[in-house]
Design a protein around this ligand. Structure first.
Ligand code: AMP
Length: 208
């Protein structure tokens, strides 16, 4: 049986955009720690308020908080056949904890060079009603919903630089970690949304 799948890559690689296709193809629920943290921030819980300080600074939220969130999420009924992790794990200790609680069948790494990332993130907009992600240049929203689109508070150029630094220092080493375990599938993410989607579909057909 295919267990969980990890969608891996730098901020702005297109993980959230491509996750929808993978959910359709695999019927596994998407588990995005970024979305879970944003929901906690919105709820005003003490954990959310503490996490917000890290998120606004472009830093990673401490491992114990993230691991606690994931442990709780994996108890839910829909997680029994494995899930699609999006934005998790982001550190080696997170991956080591995950190994104890779930089986990862494959890690799809969407690779995008740093110089393409800043433009992608700074132009990113979200529809708060549907969660759909647009881009002012690469994926414009229909004019009738343009007014309600929002920009994430951490999608500014300054914060992106910190997020990239955190990615290179703390998250990128996981590519070798998963490659050593024979689980890493690399995809060129420096292409159009549709082209990347085709590569994602190909990777999924190798996994299923
Ligand atoms: P994302 O939506 O995946 O880009 O995540 C937004 C922010 O939430 C990140 O910049 C981190 O501050 C925090 N975050 C999300 N997932 C994790 C994680 N697995 N480990 C640590 N921090 C995380």
């Amino acid at each position: 049986m295919v267990g969980s799948i990890v969608l891996f890559g730098p901020p702005g690689a297109g993980k959230g955009t491509q996750a929808g296709r993978i959910v359709e193809l695999t019927s596994k629920p998407q588990v995005s720690t970024g979305d879970m943290l944003r929901a906690a921030v919105k709820s005003g819980s003490p954990m959310g308020l503490a996490a917000k300080e890290y998120m606004d600074a472009g830093l990673l939220v401490p491992d114990d908080v993230i691991i606690g969130l994931i442990q709780e999420r994996l108890q839910e009924d829909d997680a029994g056949q494995g899930v699609l992790f999006d934005g998790f794990p982001r550190t080696i200790p997170q991956a080591e904890s995950l190994e104890q609680i779930a089986t990862v069948s494959s890690v799809i790494s969407i690779e995008v060079p740093d110089d393409a990332i800043v433009d992608r993130i700074v132009g990113r907009r979200m529809d708060p009603e549907t969660g759909e992600i647009f881009h002012v240049q690469f994926k414009p929203a229909p004019p009738e919903i343009e007014d309600r689109l929002i920009q994430r508070p951490d999608d500014t150029e300054e914060t992106v630089r910190s997020r990239l630094e955190a990615y290179h220092n703390q998250t990128a080493p996981l590519a070798d970690w998963y490659s050593d375990r024979g689980l890493l599938i690399r995809i060129d993410g420096n292409a159009s949304i549709n082209q990347v989607g085709v590569s994602v579909e190909r990777a999924i057909s190798r996994i299923l």
